[in-house]
Design a protein around this ligand. Structure first.
Ligand code: NAD
Length: 268
């Protein structure tokens, strides 16, 4: 019998009070995990996510930390271990965009995106792996020692003019994830990336909030609908569970077909 249960496992989801992270935190909680809902602004929305998780009978706490700040990340883990004892599942989800034409891009815009989207994943994964190595496999929770899910994007594959900082950060996540999977596979830590296409969240309001923008977006998506956060949550629960135990080092695209390049159906 395939098991998607995450019963008694401790999970941390970064940027979990909005969009994709919120749906993943709720999905993990529904599957039985105890969840840390990390946030950096808007504690009320983080509490609402935690309440929803508690409604499934799982435990949830909210912890404020900027994932790009080493001290804040360490304090967050300390508080998590005090509450849940350990970490089994890390979802490195927090991310942002600071868009600009490349020749007008400021160093602040570049650094902000790299610091949150790439260095943030480094800081959170390092603390998780230290704890997973210390603890080892606990068979009655999971056959793996730990599961790390990196939130990448179709833009680890599709170049994105006007968003060079963002595409660079996601391209780097591909090698970050694969190198970790290679380094820690023998210790039974699985590391994978989720690569969403266009998902309806606050990060990309401009791409779906008017009928014209949505129509233009649909020309990029063979499956002809915008993705929803729950689409990504379903995949995250699978990747966190023993049902995916032989998957590590994989970038999984979940994009309604965006990466089959629909424009080539009639062009090229
Ligand atoms: P969102 O803006 O709704 O959520 C991003 C979350 O990250 C928010 O909770 C935000 O507060 C948090 N965050 C930002 N900076 C942070 C920091 N320094 N420390 C901690 N948290 C921080 O957007 P989303 O679409 O849900 O994005 C989630 C992830 O999915 C991002 O990594 C994004 O790059 C990725 N992604 C999104 C899409 C999409 O179409 N929405 C597509 C591909 C990839």
């Amino acid at each position: 019998m395939i098991s998607y249960s995450l019963k008694n496992q401790a999970a941390l989801v970064t940027g979990a009070n909005s969009g994709i992270g919120e749906a993943i935190a709720i999905g993990l909680g529904e599957a039985g995990a105890n969840v840390v809902v990390n946030y950096v602004v808007d504690p009320a929305s983080a509490e609402a996510v935690a309440d929803k998780i508690r409604s499934f009978g799982s435990k949830a706490i909210t912890l404020k930390a900027d994932v790009s700040n080493e001290e804040e990340v360490k304090s967050m883990y300390k508080a998590m271990f005090k509450e849940f004892g350990t970490i089994d599942i890390l979802v490195n989800n927090a991310g942002l965009q600071r868009d600009a034409a490349f020749h007008e891009m400021t160093l602040d815009q570049w650094n902000k995106v790299i610091n949150v989207n790439l260095t943030g994943q480094f800081l959170c994964a390092r603390e998780a792996i230290i704890e997973m190595l210390r603890r080892g496999v606990v068979q009655d929770r999971s056959v793996a020692c730990g599961k790390i899910i990196c939130m990448s994007s179709v833009h680890e594959l599709i170049p994105w003019g006007g968003h060079v900082n963002y595409a660079s950060s996601k391209g780097a996540i591909k090698m970050f994830m694969q190198s970790l999977a290679q380094e820690y596979g023998d210790r039974k830590i699985r590391v994978n990336s989720i690569c969403p296409g266009a998902i309806q969240t606050p990060i990309n309001t401009g791409a779906w909030s008017t009928p014209q923008a949505l129509a233009s977006l649909m020309s990029l998506i063979p499956y002809n609908r915008i993705g929803q956060p729950v689409d990504i949550a379903n995949l995250a629960v699978f990747l966190a569970s023993d049902a995916s135990d032989y998957i590590t080092g994989a970038s999984i695209f979940i994009d309604g077909g965006m990466t089959v390049f629909e424009g080539f159906a009639e062009g090229g």
